[in-house]
Design a protein around this ligand. Sequence first.
Ligand SMILES: [Zn+2]
Length: 369
Amino acid sequence: MWRSYITGMNANVENPNADQMYQAVVQRDASLEGVFFFAVRTTGIFCRPGCRAKTPRRENVEFFTSADHALSAGYRPCRRCRPTELAGSFPDWLRPLVLQTENQIDRRWTDADLKLLGLSPIRVRRWFQQHYGMTFHAYLRTRKISTAVDQLQEGSDVTSVALESGFQSLSGFRDCLRKWTGQTPSDAKGKSPIVVDRILTPLGPMLAAGCDAGLCLLEFADRKQLPRQFQRIRKQFGRPILPGSNEVLKEADRQIQQYFGGSRIEFDLPLRTDASPFQEAVWNELQKIPYGQTRSYGELAQTLGKPTASRAVGRSNGDNRLAIVIPCHRVVRGDGQLCGYAGGLWRKRWLLNRERKSQSLPASKPKRD
Ligand SMILES: [Zn+2]
């Protein structure tokens, strides 16, 4: 049954229970790689299910659906199985492929695609059979299911609704927005509303909100905090929030597409952050981190002339509601490890990898004032 959950095409995602996960840990079942992570309370370390380290006692084990969750619970990644590095457990020749599959979770891979990457399809198949006991395609399905489980676990009811109705569809988006804000077009009488539109990206749909004066929100649509963010914006601006579009949103869409297409490394958009002076200062500094580079919280605090304020800097970073445009994904831990990202660690990893790789491309470099 466990197996059928993993390899089956069944779209009904159900969570493996703790006993099943513990069994997988005992058996070092690498086929569950990526489906969950386990942490050991006595050592403070977390691992992939296939880790070769000593088997922990059941009562000391805690399970997580993502490395990100384990990190936020205060666990350190195991040095042996390197759970924060997706490709850490793959041989060098396979890593580029694994990273690509992670970046395009819905893509269907053909033998021709593999050959284009300089890989022998037979060798790839054999490797997954040997190490995961499953075909390459079954592995891809596992990753997809685990991403879905992750989102479901994270989500409140609202998020599940968002996922089910699917922001991919316009009606789903409109329904959901109405649920979050309780507003209908008639509320806009006499007031110019804040309009919200979707921007579709390779990392999933984003929601963009803005008034004529500027963009005030840009977030991935599965972010748990979204309903609260919208409520905050409505209060702050004292205007209704409605689906629609305007010049600001159209321009944001255009620039985001250029960014994902690799032809834009900086944004030139009017922003409405409307935050405290300290937050504004942090966000200003964030925007100065060059494309493809990272800074630590400590470094940012230094630059702001408040070397002891790295926690406050971290909080402001987390409060950023303009993903990508204010590049909070370029902030990492002091030791260079990736750490929490509201849009999910996998997205942060994707963005940073992408930026590092495409730095060699000739990019348009619009000036920022
Ligand atoms: Zn380990």
